[in-house]
Write a protein that binds this ligand. Sequence first.
Ligand code: NAD
Length: 323
Amino acid sequence: MDEQADFKTVGFIGLGAMGKPMLMNLVNKLPSESQFFVFDVCEPAMDEICKQFPDQVFRRASPKHVAENASTIITMVPEGSHVRTVYLDPENGICSTDVSNKLLIDCSTIDTAASIAVSDHIYKNFPSASFYDSPVSGGVVGATKGTIAFFLGCTDDDPNLKRLTQLASMMGKQIIPCGGPSLGLAAKLSNNYLSGVIAIACSEAYDMGMRSGLDPRTLAKVYAAGTAQNAISDRFCPVPHVYPEASSTGGYKQGFKVQLMRKDFGLAVEMAKRVDSQNVLGEAGLATYDGASKDPKCRDLDSRVVYRYLGGNENWLSEGNDA
Ligand code: NAD
């Protein structure tokens, strides 16, 4: 069988900051015979991509119409409520048409309960369809470069793993099967919880060290050499001018928006409650990201702006410490 036979008709729903570059990678990497059927509630998002690939990308009037045309469908929308609408709306949802035998992949970062509700509905009504949660990590830059990681809600021996890997490899680098339905999301949410907590802890640790008289570049060396070594300090340092390529150095302009961290952190805290996991840092972390995402000095900036939100000194370099 042609290895890419399944990807002759691909649906893509949600053409935002992540969805659009993911789709562009697929259009550029699949054979030119492949056709793409897209839908977004935002008309200009559809216009833009259809204009760019007039022979391959076609707009459709609803998720239902996408499903009528495509045998593989990827969804990439903001929240659980949108995923429920896209799949379950009785008039216009994907599942309002026959999706038997179709491959359905939701890459949105949402609550596990919404994902399970969609999955249950699909398997009850269309037992031959396949639905996977497959959230991603790596941000807009990763989506554009095709280097994002996929956390797949399936086992290592899932019969669709080869197809899923083939498709995901055109949009990303790492594809990690996480063990079963909704576990891709559980992995993603626990990852973002950990990353969010580390960013707060890093901001506080740098701040107490700097207020005690230390140069943050010395602190970075100490953490990297000691037991506190972590990627946030090393590559995403919340203190500006410690790591030149960190978003903080450019005024926190590029990166993972603080509102998205607030959303994912909240979902992780809810998940912890649901599975009865003790979560002593959850409340403080959530209050911090909630406050930062509403603060005009931080909103729309990279989530490591918590350093600013917590009162960290961003001007240390010009205040007497030469580069
Ligand atoms: P975005 O807001 O830029 O894009 C979402 C798109 O979905 C928009 O174009 C919007 O019009 C569309 N949409 C909303 N409701 C819809 C509906 N009912 N039907 C069809 N389209 C609809 O968001 P994004 O940054 O692309 O994020 C998408 C998902 O990916 C989120 O769950 C987010 O948490 C996750 N994510 C984002 C990043 C990031 O850095 N931006 C990184 C990893 C994961």
